[in-house]
Design a protein around this ligand. Structure first.
Ligand code: RP5
Length: 162
């Protein structure tokens, strides 16, 4: 059975195109994960159950994305000591600043590691989760080092006019 250490959760199906960026980079790095829709407002019992069982199920990091009144990452952080990385999903009305502030401004005692708004934040959340797991996984650490070196090598020194 595959050992799943990363949970990707999101408030709505509409968050998936953003959160898929986290899933894609984890795929690229060979990190197994699960993806679930867990809404703080629409499915609070599902949220509670997910948080209550996260440690015993072996999760080591949770990536939580939500938009608007984005309570999911903070509520998940209140329910489990598994580290939560929050991804503010870009919204139409307020461009994701609402999501950012909702996720970022946690009270003392219940931290959420908050990423940038949108796809860049989701991709960085996947990378951050992989980096956390790489602390105790030498093969993954090597894959991450290779990935980072390839990204650096892809950046030209001289700007192009094309
Ligand atoms: C939040 O409300 C979700 O995380 C989503 O970003 C936003 C809108 O949800 P839908 O109305 O598209 O389902 O709970």
């Amino acid at each position: 059975m595959v050992d799943i250490k990363v949970g990707i959760i999101m408030g709505s199906q509409s968050d998936w195109p953003t959160m898929k960026e986290a899933a894609d980079i984890l795929d690229e790095l060979g990190v197994p994960y699960e993806a679930r829709i867990v809404s703080a407002h629409r499915t609070p019992d599902r949220l509670w159950e997910y948080g209550k069982t996260a440690v015993e199920r072996g999760l080591q990091v949770i990536i939580a994305g939500a938009g608007g009144a984005a309570h999911l990452p903070g509520m998940m952080a209140s329910k489990t000591r598994v580290p939560v990385i929050g991804v503010p999903v870009q919204t139409k009305a307020l461009s994701g600043v609402d999501s950012l502030y909702s996720i970022l401004q946690m009270p003392r005692g219940f931290p959420v590691a908050t990423m940038a708004i949108g796809g860049a934040g989701a991709k960085n959340a996947g990378l951050m989760a992989a980096q956390m797991l790489a602390m105790h996984d030498a093969d993954l650490a090597q894959r991450l080092d290779d990935w980072r070196a390839a990204l650096s090598a892809s950046i030209p020194q001289v700007p192009s006019n094309d």
